[in-house]
Every structure is written in structure tokens, then in C-alpha cells.
Design a protein around this ligand. Structure first.
Ligand code: NAP
Length: 501
């Protein structure tokens, strides 16, 4: 063992959601003891802490939506409810001693790289130094508010789904909801029975896959308790199913895509008998182009007598409600904005500068990009978890974080062993990686004629266009040739240039 083997880096992890908790556990297992986790809120959980809207659930089967090392025999439903998932993360975080490691109510405001170290400033006015920074800040956490004329004029209650106002009682009220994405589909199914009148303002129809929910009985739970191998089997079975029926279908097309398309179209045909309503619910783009919605209850909710599908388009808002382009005023007491998120913010608005004062806004001015989704040229020893082109698309983000976490740990290990002076992907590797991604995009459903949050400013889907298996294989070992060897202070060969974008 040489001297370098014993290098014990200091690591700051930003965020204590699903990924931050995982990193807290895995860094410790790797023998890295100087770890600080900073969390802006007062508890762990990330997206599951923030999203508390009625009907919030995970449309990935619960037994697949767990860490590989710790299944959860207590799931109550095939599609776990938000509060169950939050409870799972809190439990794991406590059990593995992560909760005690987290500094809560402390957001990172600035993060600068100088002379081989990272210098951070937090919202508490504290200053930290670290060898490595890992942003486990999530993807969909900045609510997108619609740019609609008169939004501020509305006098009723109005809130975004990710900021649900639980003091507002919707029982018997005239409720409007803007949006028909995965979130809206869950909210609509849940509140259709309690709202007096519910108007859905649909700009674009969505394809919907019906997979029935299932309630797990006490005896089913008992069978799983203490039986991790059985839970592993269940997780792998669901993962296999999702990969084969969905993930591969949207990325490589072929017969899988045909089968998926047939299933969703049949679901629409069988569920909505009125041809005029069915026509308004029928998308004109490829199945899977937008993230497929998984719901066995949405069409039923839309056809309730107190639910109205409005497709005329919104002209503006005024004090009493929403005015559609046909001039009709839809009077409302409550307006719910299920209008999604800004997916390309990632760790921003945190101030982040890498080598030679390169800011993240400069680095991403031409394209939001990351080598292998986690490494940013120009930002040594900085990792972005679930960064651009992470293979989302109805797959478990936990599985993705586990693969990326392992990759990051291997890179830190190379630094510890002195094989890399700093961990920084080269601009050339970034360029090659982008070209490789682009090559695969043509056969995916995401370029199938729709607008979606998957697409970046250039219209390129920020997803992984190949198979899950290929991604796992390629992430298994870092290719050291793709990382720069310059010591800090030497001429910067890693800065991304316009061509790399
Ligand atoms: P989203 O998929 O981006 O949907 C936003 C909706 O708002 C769309 O229907 C959009 O219409 C509409 N919209 C936005 N601005 C509008 C405007 N100015 N006027 C009219 N309509 C407007 O957002 P989301 O439903 O919150 O879902 C985001 C992602 O979160 C999902 O794709 C998924 O990855 C994740 N999610 C996951 C789960 C789960 O169960 N795992 C649940 C919820 C969310 P257009 O289609 O016309 O743009």
C-alpha cells in the first residue's frame, strides 16, 4: 500500500433526498469518513418530502422503487403512496446513521473551486472546504409556473402541485387544473370525487398506460419480512418487466414499441366510448414521446359528470377564473397549477464556479451537458448525480443513482490511489460522448413529434437513448483516458468550448 492509498478525502454532499441518503451510506462503506451532507430543508426525502398533493404516488412498482440493499416488506400498494415512500427514506436514513450526519436547514449558496479544493458558503453563513463535492440535488424540483396573462389577477386560491396548500378545502368547490402530465393525472383521479366541479385545462393530450394498482395484504407483507432474497427477486422481476415493456420500447422502437402503442390505444378505445371526447383525448404524436402516464383511473375520472375537459386553450386569467380562447369564463374557487418543473436547472441557482473561474452558466451556455451524466468538464472533483442524459423514462431513479453512485466512488478511489490528480472529464471526452448520444436519438420515441420536458434548448432529448443493460455496462468502470491529467494551475485542457456543446 503506497502513501496515496490512504488519502481520505473530505466530501460534501448537497441534498439529503433519495440520492444523498444513498451516498451517505455508500461513502461510509467505502471507508470515507469525512462526509458532510447539507440539506436545505428540515428533513430528508427530497421530492417525496416536497410533493404532498392528493393522489401523490410513484408509478414505478414499489418493490422496484427501493434501494437494492434494503427492500421494504411494508409497502401497502403496488404503486406506493407518497407518504409511504417518505417514511421508507426516513427509516433508511435513520437506520444507516445518515440522519445524524445531515446539516438541516442549510442550503449551499456558493461553491467555488480554487487550487485543488472546493470552497462552499451556506445559507447559515458557514464556510466549508472539501476535496470533493457531489450535487445530489435532483432533477424536478423547481416548479414551472405558466406564463399566462393575468395569472396574478385571479382572486381564488391558486398553487402549484409541488407547493400544495393543504389549508384550502376543495370539497364541493369549483376547481380548475392546468396540465395533464403524470402529476395532474394523479391529482385529477384523486380529487374528481371531492371537488364540486372540476375543469381540466388540457393543452396537449397524453398517452396513458393502464396498470392496475394492488393492495398488499398483511400475509403478503409477512412473507417478505426478513426475506431480502425474495424482495430482490420481486425487484428484479418488476425491473425486467419495465425494461422490456417500456424502457426498450421507447428507446429502440421495434416490436416492443408496437406492442406498447397497441396497449395504450386499446386502453383509450375501451375506456372512452364517446368518440368526440375520445378524439379530444387522442394525442397526435408517438406513444412514449412524452413521459408515458401510468394510470388506471384517469379516463374514469375525466368521464364523471362533474368533470369537464376543456381543450379550447387558455387566453388569460381574471379575478373570477380562467377565460378560454372561445371567450368563455370558467368561474373557479381554486386553481391548481400542474404545470411541471424546470428540468435543466439541476443544482442551480447555487453559484458554482470551477477551474479558472468558469461558472456553470458559462459552461452550460450552449448546452446543458455532463460526461456520462455526472462529470462536468472544467469542474474537477465535482459530480452531478442524475445529471443530463441520465436514463429516465419511466425507470426507477433509485437504480440510476445506485449505478452512478458506484461510478463516482470508483473515480474517487482512483484519486485516492493517485491515479488521477483530480477527477475531471476532458472536453474531448464530452464531445465524443455527446456525439455518441446524438447518434442513438433518432430511433427513440422522444423525437416522435411532441414537446416535452425531456427536450433541451436544441430539441435534443436529455435521456439515455440505448438500453439499460448497455448503460450499466458502460458505467461499470470509468475510462481513465477520458479524464484530464493536468494539475490545478496548469493550462486548462478541460474547458468546454463551443464545439463541445
Ligand atoms: P409535466 O409532465 O411537465 O406536465 C406539465 C403539464 O402542464 C403538461 O400537460 C403541459 O402541457 C401543461 N402546461 C404547462 N404549461 C402550460 C401552460 N402555460 N398552459 C397550459 N398547459 C400548460 O409535469 P408533471 O406532470 O409535474 O410531471 C413531470 C415529471 O415528474 C413526470 O414526467 C415524471 O417524470 C415526474 N413524475 C413522476 C411521477 C411518478 O409517479 N413517478 C408522478 C408525477 C410526476 P403540454 O403537454 O402542452 O406542455
Amino acid at each position: 500500500m503506497n502513501e496515496q492509498t490512504t488519502r481520505n478525502p473530505s466530501v460534501v454532499v448537497i441534498g439529503a433526498g433519495m440520492t444523498g441518503i444513498l451516498l451517505g451510506i455508500k461513502l461510509r462503506e467505502a471507508g470515507i469518513t469525512d462526509v458532510t451532507i447539507l440539506e436545505k430543508a428540515d428533513k430528508v426525502g427530497g421530492t417525496w418530502r416536497e410533493n404532498t398533493y392528493p393522489g401523490v404516488a410513484c408509478d414505478i412498482p414499489a418493490h422496484m422503487y427501493t434501494y437494492a440493499f434494503e427492500g421494504n416488506p411494508e409497502w401497502g400498494h403496488r404503486f406506493a403512496h407518497g407518504d409511504e415512500i417518505q417514511a421508507y427514506f426516513e427509516k433508511i436514513s435513520r437506520k444507516y446513521g445518515v440522519t445524524g450526519q445531515v446539516r438541516f436547514n442549510e442550503a449551499v449558496e456558493a461553491c467555488h473551486y480554487r487550487d485543488g479544493r472546493w470552497y462552499l458558503t451556506t445559507s447559515q453563513g458557514n464556510h466549508l472546504e472539501a476535496d470533493f463535492v457531489i450535487a445530489a440535488t435532483g432533477i424536478l424540483h423547481h416548479p414551472a409556473y405558466p406564463d399566462i396573462k393575468g395569472l396574478e389577477d385571479f382572486q381564488g386560491a391558486m398553487f402549484h402541485t409541488a407547493r400544495w396548500d393543504h389549508s384550502v378545502d376543495i370539497q364541493g368547490k369549483r376547481v380548475g387544473i392546468i396540465g395533464t402530465g403524470s402529476t395532474a393525472a394523479q391529482v385529477i383521479s384523486e380529487i374528481a370525487t371531492s371537488a364540486g366541479e372540476l375543469t381540466i385545462f388540457q393543452r396537449t393530450p397524453q398517452w396513458i398506460l393502464s396498470v392496475p394498482d394492488k393492495h398488499y395484504t398483511e400475509s403478503e407483507k409477512a412473507r417478505l419480512r426478513g426475506n431480502q432474497p425474495l424482495m430482490d427477486k420481486l425487484r428484479e422481476r418488476y425491473a425486467w418487466l419495465i425494461r422490456n415493456t417500456f424502457t426498450e420500447a421507447v428507446s429502440s422502437g421495434g416490436w416492443r414499441h408496437k406492442l406498447l402503442s397497441w396497449r395504450v390505444k386499446r386502453h383509450l378505445r375501451k375506456s372512452v366510448r364517446d368518440p368526440a371526447l375520445r378524439a379530444r383525448l387522442t394525442p397526435d404524436y408517438k406513444v412514449g414521446c412524452k413521459r408515458l402516464i401510468v394510470s388506471s383511473t384517469f379516463y374514469e375520472a375525466v368521464q364523471r359528470p362533474n368533470v369537464h375537459l376543456e381543450t379550447n386553450g387558455i387566453d388569460h386569467l381574471e379575478a373570477g377564473g380562467v377565460v378560454t380562447r372561445d371567450g368563455k369564463l370558467h368561474e373557479l374557487d381554486v386553481l391548481i397549477l400542474a404545470t411541471g418543473f424546470h428540468p435543466f436547472n439541476f443544482m442551480r441557482p447555487m453559484e458554482l464556479t470551477g477551474r479558472d473561474g468558469l461558472s456553470i452558466d458559462q459552461a452550460w451556455a450552449h448546452k446543458v451537458q455532463a460526461y456520462r451524466s455526472v462529470c462536468l468538464p472544467g469542474f474537477p472533483n465535482f459530480f452531478l448525480m442524475l445529471g443530463p442524459n441520465s436514463p429516465v423514462g419511466n425507470y426507477s431513479v433509485i437504480a440510476m443513482s445506485e449505478v452512478q453512485g458506484n461510478y463516482v466512488l470508483k473515480l474517487i478511489d482512483r484519486w485516492r490511489r493517485g491515479l488521477l490528480p483530480s477527477v475531471e472529464a476532458s472536453a474531448e471526452a464530452m464531445r465524443r460522448y455527446n456525439a455518441y448520444l446524438k447518434q442513438g436519438m433518432g430511433s427513440t420515441a422522444w423525437v416522435g413529434g411532441c414537446q416535452s420536458w425531456y427536450l433541451d434548448a436544441d430539441g435534443d432529448p436529455a435521456l439515455w437513448p440505448y438500453s439499460w443493460k448497455q448503460w450499466v455496462q458502460e458505467m461499470a468502470e470509468p475510462e481513465l483516458a477520458d479524464f484530464v491529467r493536468a494539475e490545478p494551475g496548469e493550462p486548462n485542457r478541460a474547458l468546454p468550448d463551443r464545439e463541445a456543446a
